[in-house]
Design a protein around this ligand. Structure first.
Ligand code: ZN
Length: 684
């Protein structure tokens, strides 16, 4: 591993921060924290921490000796000075004399001595940083170091690799006890340049930011050199099927298998994030996968993101998808039952009983395919996948030179259910569509975009499908939060199928479809050109059928129900003069919704329609509004608000109706009218 230190960059950052009242110590602390945080082989997603002992001015203007240490909730990769809250050093050091200190008390002390009470909570490893005398201290969960430290013979191996340059701390859970143990080991030999925390990670120290950082790089490089020595192909491959199923076929099956039914027809669903590479394939295709992959996490911190071990399913054989589905569902229920048993087993001895976390797996390993991260959002799924990829590397290294041996279950349980770790996950109330995946066709249009935006706001992952790929991408970017845009011609079956495959590959499946794409054709029905009528049927009826068909196939593979929503327009109920070519297929689509409700109710798939009218959109442009209101001798406002409520109806109002239908779990074959009130178009 090479050092990324640059005098020029360090100086530039120090100068930039000097103008903002940040001293050089803290500026350089930020600089090397970022260097460490940006390398996934060192830290991942909020893991690791760093500190500097310096002087800061408190709120009353007095200068205080402080420890600036990483605050919880900050990621080292993009940390700012505010992410390294300053804690008064002297009162922290006095805690050393205590016999014991509970985690809650420790947090109270750490918060009490903050210079600025508005700061985030200092790291749970603050006292470890405080009790060591060095000015700069860096802590990472280096992949290479963990390959050595997660071994039955870790102590001997680390002594060989690092010699007397590094002290060794046997595993103790982070907190007061670890801080004291680490300080004592350092004091036994104050010449060490850092500490190896067995089954946890590595600390390095220095008088300067550069020294602590470069020692980290040097120690990690020593570990890497050791792993490279006499390395053999680690995993003996298992027999694999000749034909492998596709990611798009496999993902919905696994997603469904890991969902957990809740009361009232609801499901607790997860979103998937897929990864593969030659290294991942070598790992998941190994004959002994069940053994090395399910021993535990590489560092205890990871357990809150990935649980202690992944779900392992049989190879994804294309010849018998149903058999794979059965086996995957069985494996998932076994995982869930095992997790519940693990909780019961370990909760029994707890002084204060814990509340069980959701028992679904967070990582799935699929021979002949790769691995999936799972989470209640795409973001959480990606974090779990990042950690899983890193785990593959660590365990591969460990097995290459010996045997991967992580902490025993009881220690991992303590970490998974540690109140301070749980706090990292936050207590934010989940949004109503969390864990669900929604596809919106005609997604770049006014109603489509408003609906996609509202669904995202309510927690769903979003795929915007639109005939215009660029517009789909733009709308998705605008919505943000990982929404994807896909160009899709809904009048073309291949285009629809490939769009849905892409959604399944990206998120793992689909739960809600808003079949919204449409266009208006006009003509007096007695003299209309049949080709025009067929063209309208193609988009305003057959496209809805095609989209629903593709969605239902995925929903059935998941086996967790689903929701089909159709935009049918007022024309389906109340035909307007010369609007036959538009109204007729829309009326057929209204019945299409009912047919899906009838045929798939037993599978938990609901089908509903929204009947909207006079919405400012691509179908009713500003120019058309001007022309029509003039023709009727009305102001634009009176034309648009010509309904019982006397108010213009917007795309956002239609989006609200779709959201309501998505959330009304006992409503199917329903039609919601969104037109401000038009008694002639009222359903009877
Ligand atoms: Zn750590």
């Amino acid at each position: 591993m090479n050092s990324s230190w640059s005098d020029q960059e360090a100086l530039a950052l120090a100068e930039a921060y000097a103008g903002k009242g940040v001293n050089e110590d803290l500026a350089l602390r930020v600089y090397t924290s970022r260097l460490l945080g940006q390398d996934p082989r060192l830290v991942l997603h909020g893991g690791g921490n760093t500190s500097v002992k310096t002087k800061r001015v408190d709120l009353s203007g007095d200068v205080a000796d402080v420890l600036c240490v990483k605050g919880s909730g900050w990621d080292m990769a993009n940390i700012e000075p505010a992410g390294l809250p300053a804690v008064r050093l002297a009162p922290l050091l006095r805690l050393r004399a205590r016999e014991s200190l509970s985690d809650e008390e420790m947090v109270r002390h750490q918060r009490a001595y903050l210079l600025d009470p508005g700061s985030p909570n200092p790291s749970v490893e603050t006292l470890l940083h405080a009790f060591l005398p060095h000015k700069f201290i860096d802590h990472t969960h280096s992949t290479a170091v963990l390959s050595l430290a997660d071994q039955p013979e870790a102590a001997k191996l680390c002594a060989e690799v690092f010699g007397a340059r590094m002290g060794q701390v046997p595993y103790v859970m982070p907190g007061f006890a670890l801080a004291k143990a680490a300080a004592e080991i350092f004091e036994n030999d104050p010449t060490v340049e850092g500490l190896i925390l067995l089954k946890h990670g590595i600390f390095t120290f220095g008088d300067t930011a550069r020294e602590a950082y470069q020692r980290m790089i040097e120690m990690v490089s020593l570990a890497e050199d050791r792993l490279a020595k006499g390395r053999k192909p680690v995993f003996i491959p298992r027999a694999l099927p000749d034909r492998t199923a596709t990611l798009a076929e496999i993902a919905p099956i696994l997603r469904g298998a890991c969902a957990i039914p809740e009361t009232g027809g609801a499901w607790r669903r997860l979103v998937l994030d897929f990864r593969t590479s030659p290294a991942i394939r070598a790992y998941v295709d190994g004959a002994a996968l069940e053994s090395y992959a399910t021993r535990g996490v590489v560092t205890p911190d990871h357990t809150i993101r990935t649980k202690n071990f992944p779900l392992v399913v049989p190879p994804a054989c294309a010849d018998d998808i149903e058999a794979f589905r059965g086996a995957a569902r069985e494996a998932a229920s076994r995982f869930i039952a095992d997790y519940r048993a693990y909780f019961e087993r370990n909760n029994r001895g707890q002084a204060s009983p814990k509340k069980p976390l959701d028992p679904s797996p967070r990582v799935i390993l699929v021979p002949c395919l790769g691995l999936f991260g799972l989470g209640r959002s795409k973001n959480d799924a990606a974090i779990a996948a990042d950690i899983a990829v890193n785990t593959v590397e660590t365990i591969t290294g460990a097995e290459a030179i010996g045997r991967f041996e992580p902490l025993p279950e009881a220690d991992l349980f303590d970490m998974e259910y540690w109140s301070l770790e749980q706090a990292k996950l936050g207590t934010v109330k989940e949004k109503p569509l969390a864990g669900q995946i929604a596809v919106v066709t005609g997604g770049a249009g006014a109603i489509g975009a408003a609906t996609a935006r509202l669904f995202k706001k309510n927690g769903a992952e979003i795929a915007v499908l639109d005939q215009e790929a660029t517009a789909a991408g733009q709308t998705a970017r605008h919505i943000g939060g990982g929404a994807i845009g896909i160009g899709c011609d809904v009048t073309d079956a291949a285009s629809v199928n490939s769009a849905f495959a892409c959604v399944a590959e990206t998120f793992g499946g689909v739960d809600i479809v808003v079949s919204n794409a449409g266009a208006a054709w006009q003509g007096r029905i007695g003299s209309v050109d049949e080709a025009l009528l067929r063209q309208s049927f193609e988009l305003n009826f057959f496209a809805h059928q095609r989209v629903a068909q593709a969605a239902v196939a995925i929903m059935l593979a998941q086996g967790t129900g689903g929701c089909l929503l159709f935009n049918v327009s007022k024309q389906a109920i109340n035909p307007g003069p010369d609007f036959g070519p538009y109204g007729l297929p829309k009326a057929a689509t209204l019945f299409l919704a009912r047919q899906y409700a009838v045929d798939y109710g037993r599978d938990g798939i609901r089908a509903n329609a929204v009947n909207a009218d006079r919405i400012r959109s691509g179908l009713l442009t500003d120019g058309m509004i001007a022309a029509r209101s003039t023709a009727r001798g009305l102001s634009e406002h009176d034309y648009m608000a010509g309904n019982l409520l006397g108010q213009e109806v917007t795309a956002e109002d239609v989006a609200q109706a779709f959201l309501h239908q998505a959330l009304a779990l006992k409503t199917t074959a329903g039609v919601t009218t969104v037109d401000g009130g038009n008694i002639a178009a009222a359903l009877r």
